[in-house]
Design a protein around this ligand. Structure first.
Ligand code: SF4
Ligand code: SF4
Length: 110
């Protein structure tokens, strides 16, 4: 779509097209935010005592849990904010450089 904006300086608010409109509520699961990540949280299962604090604090619901236990991290949605690592009382989550995470495992993501 191409807009004719040569007179945009004279436009009133009604002439500006709507922006940022969500027409289909509940679509956030289609918007994978993991691509924003610079640092990747990696959980040490030996140190983790399954307190679930990281699960509670993660703003993206990217810490996966089942039957009261952490089962993994959903890297499709984890933005790498590091809150889980900062809040973990056992220092069981390490934030590692995303590119190094890829290199460390010869193509396999940790
Ligand atoms: S780094 Fe942030 S988004 Fe990713 S799992 Fe931890 S708290 Fe959630
Ligand atoms: S906050 Fe730390 S110790 Fe608690 S469940 Fe998460 S990784 Fe494990």
């Amino acid at each position: 779509m191409t807009w004719d904006i040569k007179d945009i300086q004279k436009w009133g608010w009604r002439q500006h097209p709507l922006g940022g409109v969500i027409k289909d509520p509940g679509n956030s699961c289609q918007f994978k935010t993991g691509g924003w990540r610079t640092f990747r949280p990696v959980r040490d299962e030996e140190k983790c005592n399954q307190c679930l604090i990281c699960y509670v604090f993660c703003p993206d619901s990217a810490i996966l849990a089942r039957d009261g236990k952490i089962t993994g991290i959903d890297y499709d949605f984890c933005k790498g904010c590091g809150i889980c690592a900062a809040e973990c009382p056992k220092d069981a989550i390490q934030m590692i450089d995303e590119t190094m995470a890829k290199k460390d495992n010869a193509g396999k993501f940790r």
